[in-house]
Ligand binder design. Structure first.
Ligand code: DQA
Length: 137
C-alpha cells in the first residue's frame, strides 16, 4: 500500500503557525509517529507552497499510488486547477483539514477538492491525517 501525504501552502509552518488553531506539533514530529504506527504502509510526504508544484505532484503519483491524502490549505477554497488535476488522475484522493473549516469563515466552506475527492475529513487536528490513512486500509 503506497500512500502520499500532500500538504499545500503554509503547512510547512505547523507548530509555529497560529497554534491555537493548528496546534504545537510540527508536521515532521507527527509524520514520524504516523510512520511508526503504520509500519506496513509505504508513506511518502511532499509539501509545497506553489499551486503548480502541487499539481505536478498529483500528476506524478496519480497513476501508481494507492491513495493521496491532500491538505491543499487555502488552495482548497480557490483552486479550480487542483480540482481538475484530481479529476484527471486515477489514484483516489481524501481531502483533509486540521481545523473544522465549516466552523470558520464562510470562504473556507467552499472546496474545489471535495467534489472530486473520495471523502473529506476536517476538524480532528493532525489526527485528520491518521483517519484519512485508515480510510485506505
Ligand atoms: C486548512 C484550512 C484552510 O482553510 C487553511 O487555509 C489552511 C489549513 C486546515 O488544515 O485546517 O491553510 O487546510
Amino acid at each position: 500500500m503506497k500512500i502520499l501525504i500532500l500538504n499545500g501552502p503554509n503547512l510547512n509552518l505547523l507548530g509555529r503557525r497560529e497554534p491555537s488553531i493548528y496546534g504545537n506539533l510540527t508536521f515532521d514530529e507527527f509524520y514520524d509517529s504516523l510512520k511508526k504506527k503504520y509500519p506496513t504502509v509505504t508513506l511518502d510526504y511532499f509539501q509545497n507552497n506553489v499551486e503548480g508544484e502541487i499539481i505536478n505532484k498529483l500528476h506524478e503519483v496519480g497513476f501508481s499510488y494507492d491513495g493521496i491524502i491532500l491538505n491543499a490549505g487555502a488552495y482548497t477554497h480557490t483552486s479550480v486547477a487542483i480540482g481538475d488535476a484530481i479529476k484527471g488522475i486515477k489514484t483516489p484522493v481524501v481531502e483533509v483539514h486540521i481545523s473544522n473549516v465549516h466552523a470558520r469563515e464562510e470562504f473556507r466552506h467552499i472546496s474545489y477538492i471535495a467534489p472530486n475527492a473520495k471523502g473529506v475529513i476536517a476538524g480532528f487536528g493532525l489526527q485528520s491525517y491518521a483517519l484519512a490513512l485508515e480510510s485506505f486500509l
